[in-house]
Design a protein around this ligand. Structure first.
Ligand code: GLU
Length: 481
């Protein structure tokens, strides 16, 4: 069997959006599960849409996400160049060949003439006007320096069919396909031409790409057939939707891989989630590393229906990855995000991060989880009232001085979560009060907040002895007002 070769062929038009990365990922997975090669090709022939810096973004994103290619512009390979703008002479040669084979022809029509072919709605169908030019006339006009394009010669009747591995039998009437431009007047190829030449010359066995190419594929097949080349296997992927009506798209400014990384998603979770956008694993395991994805991926699992991008689910997955991290792994990734918190630099960073770990799904939630430590000030005393915990303002007035005394008796060196807990539990049994009530009152007194990450003793541990006692004093004074 031929070695499987797949490719990702992005146009450098900005950030790598989620749909593009999914196409890359599926191509990568399919080649790797078959011991094949995965190729990166930069399709930069549409100079009007070119965005500076975006090729670098493509390289960086693929490396960063682990979707690494075996061949590509920056890593080389035997089938280069891998950037289309560097392949101009190859396209010219093959376009001439296609003209000789009858699959294409020179067209000298002026923009003014093309204008006259437009219908009321502005749609244009080329009328094959230049198809009938004689060889001599063509040569003479080219020699005269007249501008021209090369158009595909699509049969006027008949049906082009092929089998797509996801969408099944696809048939398109040739009369519905127009004689599109293959080589523009500046000598650059269009996507419609370059993709065929490159996929063939680069030995691509499986073309994996977005559904928008499903119905143009018959015209590409006409070229494969004209050259006498074997057609690749086609796998078109379902669209990714933001919701039932709207496609996810970079033109709408929808998030890219980079945006999600900046938002603090665990990188592996982004790749993992993207794998599930249109593909369902056989079992019910959804959390999978890149290696597990390679083991489990299958073309049969790719569905036809649009995939809905569900950020909540991706967040959940990210949280699952965080849960499995060791504290050291978590710290390395989380520290840059902790720096955005008001509490950073004031309290022990390991204590802050331990408080946050297990309570966040994405790293950017860390700051808000620990900000409360630095937001202490006048608060609503009704917070002491909690029927469920059997706490009340009256009880707070009575207990806080006793809590304070007990805390003051703890030597500085013993001030930690577990000692604090022992001391307070002992105090509650001595006073014959439910420990929940005491801990509730203490937490409200030192945070002034209904809900916080961490219980009373965890928070007191981070605040330290002096600050904890100062806050208790402050709360006592509030209650006395
Ligand atoms: N350059 C095309 C795009 O970005 C690639 C389509 C293909 O994979 O053939 O949509």
């Amino acid at each position: 069997m031929k070695k499987v070769r797949t490719r990702f062929a992005p146009s450098p038009t900005g950030y790598l959006h989620i749909g593009g990365l999914r196409t890359a990922l599926y191509g990568f997975l399919y080649s790797k599960m078959n011991g094949g090669d995965f190729i990166l090709r930069i399709e930069d022939t549409d100079t009007a849409r070119y965005v500076d810096g975006s090729v670098q973004i493509i390289y960086d994103t693929m490396r960063d996400s682990g979707i690494m290619y075996d061949e590509g512009p920056d890593v080389g390979g035997d089938f280069g160049p891998y950037t289309q703008s560097e392949r101009k002479s190859i396209y010219t040669e093959y376009a001439k060949k296609l003209v000789e084979l009858g699959g294409a022809y020179y067209c000298f029509c002026t923009p003014e003439r093309i204008e006259t072919l437009k219908d009321d709605a502005g749609n244009m169908r080329y009328d094959k006007h230049c198809l009938k030019l004689s060889k001599d006339e063509i040569e003479r006009r080219i020699a005269n320096g007249e501008p021209y394009v090369i158009r595909q010669n699509v049969p006027e009747s008949g049906v082009g069919s092929y089998h797509d591995l996801v969408y099944g039998e696809i048939s398109v009437d040739y009369k519905d396909i127009e004689d599109g431009i293959l080589i523009k007047s500046d000598g650059m190829p269009t996507y419609n031409f370059a993709n065929v030449i490159d996929d063939h010359l680069m030995g691509i066995t499986h073309v994996i790409r977005g559904i928008e190419y499903l119905s143009s594929t018959p015209k590409y097949n006409l070229m494969y057939d004209a050259y006498g080349w074997e057609r690749p296997v086609y796998i078109h992927l379902p669209p990714i939707m933001k919701d039932a009506q709207h496609k996810l798209s970079k033109r709408n400014g929808d998030a890219s891989y980079e945006d999600f990384v900046k938002k603090g998603y665990v990188k592996e979770s982004i790749v993992n989630y993207i794998a599930l956008l249109g593909w369902s694993p056989k079992g019910n395991q959804e959390k999978m590393s890149l290696n597990e994805l390679i083991e489990n991926f299958s073309l049969e699992g790719i569905g036809k229906s649009p995939a809905i991008f569900d950020e909540t689910k991706m967040k959940w997955l990210s949280g699952e990855y965080i849960k499995e991290m060791t504290y050291e792994q978590f710290k390395e990734l989380a520290l840059p995000f902790l720096k955005n918190s008001k509490s950073y630099g004031i309290y022990d960073e390991d204590k802050l991060l331990s408080l946050a770990k297990g309570r966040v799904q994405i790293f950017s939630e860390i700051a808000e989880k620990v900000d409360f430590l630095e937001e202490f000030g006048e608060f609503d005393l009704e917070l002491f009232e909690n029927q469920k915990q059997k706490a009340s303002k009256e009880l707070a007035v009575e207990l806080l001085p006793k809590i304070k005394d007990a805390l003051r008796a703890i030597p500085d060196a013993d001030w930690d979560n577990s000692n604090l807990f022992t001391v307070l539990v002992d105090l509650s049994s001595k006073l014959e009060i439910k420990k929940q009530a005491l801990l509730w009152i203490m937490r409200i007194a030192i945070t002034g907040k209904q809900a916080t990450a961490g219980g009373a003793t965890e928070v007191a541990d981070i605040l330290g002895k002096q600050k904890t006692i100062e806050r208790i004093d402050y709360s006592i004074s509030l209650l006395a007002k």
